[in-house]
Design a protein around this ligand. Structure first.
Ligand SMILES: *Cc1c(COP(=O)(O)O)cnc(C)c1O
Length: 417
């Protein structure tokens, strides 16, 4: 079989994300419906045996409207991929069944057995576990964890000829460390290392690929879906990486099969046009809360990149797209787990400020104590090293209700502490 893959991306390097999205208008439906059609077929037929042969030889493909099997390529998922590529300003993108499958597939695409990864030590718990346990045990791919803020440490950890990936989150979970994407990319590229950025915390706000990253991954389950109802992911990057991930003989997306359902791809595509508005709302509300919280109690340990005292406040400002903000997540360090849980209990059950729950990007506020939930797989030393205190409460700020209403719910709960 010919290994030729087809570039199915779009050019959208210069525009800001909202403009790029508008320019990358989705295809019309089959009967000129203003929404795209759902291609709910797992297999596709051909006009004759010659056409079938040519499809399998890779001579014809999606550009000429020829598809083979939906684990390989599905037009509805491809349409969603075009929207996500436009948002991230990458040549192409493809969507997967979860954020974790997007992340693990990228590692398996870019690293071979015996390979080496340099990764930030503050990462989503699942990614940290993948790099700490699964990849070394199953694939002999090892990781050196670094303080992503310390550029010299990052540089030293990358071994030329051995390290193939530098991996970090644009804004880290849950410690909200902002990565210097342009500088980190320069350092990595000088050693021939690919830069992979998890941009789950900052869709629309940051465009890592425009700042130098090679591949951008997303958990669509969070802000992009926005309703806490879907598990999905995306890989965005150049065609020679993303399309190769669907290679019939070697591609992890093809062979491990973390395929998105086209019905879900359709659902998600309808939420992308209002992602920009939602992100602005999340950011604005988060900024307002932390400002008021600092006024309410100047001793409260609030962590948010929008605060001037945050160590990467100006860095984030310099990298972010115009008119967004500093993200929709902030943390309060209550110092102990007991106080963290008491605060969350009051906020959920006494004043109805939000819900206890992991995940983020919902229209209601979600609260979790990271140390004993999303990051519980880290041991105490790893937690301390990653800056995750036992009393750290993460707030994924919702935007429903008026600010005044929500603020009175917060102050009431806080005064009862
Ligand atoms: C949730 C999350 C993931 C994993 O995504 P799933 O869709 O749950 O598989 C990866 N990275 C970050 C930063 C996340 O918040």
């Amino acid at each position: 079989m010919d290994r030729k893959t087809v570039n199915v991306g779009i050019e959208s390097k210069k525009e800001v994300p909202a403009e790029a999205l508008a320019a990358a208008r989705h295809e019309l439906g089959e009967h000129n419906g203003i929404n795209m059609s759902i291609e709910a077929s797992n297999t596709f037929t051909f006009k004759d045996s010659d056409a079938m042969n040519r499809a399998f030889l890779g001579e014809v493909g999606p550009k000429t409207g020829i598809y083979i099997y939906s684990r390989h390529l599905n037009p509805t998922i491809l349409n969603l991929g075009r929207q996500i590529a436009a948002m991230e300003g990458t040549e192409t993108a493809y969507c997967t069944a979860s954020g974790m499958s997007a992340i693990s597939s990228v590692f398996l695409q870019l690293c071979n057995t015996g390979g080496h990864v340099v990764a930030a030590k503050t990462l989503y718990g699942g990614t940290h576990a993948l790099l700490t346990h699964f990849l070394p045990q199953k694939c002999n791919i090892t990781t050196t964890f670094v303080d992503i803020v310390d550029l010299e440490e990052v540089d030293k950890a990358m071994i030329e000829g051995k390290t193939s990936v530098l991996y970090f989150e644009s804004i880290s979970n849950p410690t909200l460390i902002v990565a210097n994407i342009p500088e980190l990319s320069k350092i990595a590229h000088a050693k021939g290392v690919k830069v992979v950025v998890d941009n789950t915390f900052a869709p629309m706000i940051l465009s890592p690929a425009k700042l130098g990253a090679d591949v951008v991954v997303h958990s669509i389950s969070k802000y992009i879906s926005g309703e806490a109802d879907i598990i999905a992911g995306a890989v965005c990057g150049p065609a020679d990486i993303v399309d190769q991930m669907r290679d019939p003989h070697e591609g992890p997306l093809m062979l491990l099969g973390p395929t998105m359902n086209p019905k879900l791809a359709f659902e998600i595509s309808g939420r992308i046009p209002h992602l920009s508005m939602r992100m602005k709302k999340h950011c604005k509300r988060a900024m307002k809360y932390v400002t008021k919280m600092k006024e309410l109690d100047p001793n409260l340990d609030v962590l948010y990149p929008g605060l001037k005292e945050h160590p990467q406040h100006s860095l984030l400002k310099s990298m972010s797209n115009k008119d967004y903000g500093f993200g929709g997540v902030f943390c309060i360090d209550m110092k102990t787990e007991v106080l963290a849980y008491r605060l969350m209990d009051k906020l959920q059950n006494s004043t109805k400020f939000g819900f206890m729950g992991v995940s983020l990007g919902y229209y209601e506020t979600l609260m979790s104590c990271s140390s004993s939930s999303t990051n519980s797989m880290l041991d105490n030393k790893e937690k301390e090293s990653a800056g995750i205190s036992p009393g750290l409460v993460r707030f994924s700020v919702g935007y429903v209700g008026t600010f005044e209403q929500k603020w009175s719910q917060f102050t009431k709960a806080y005064s009862e502490m």
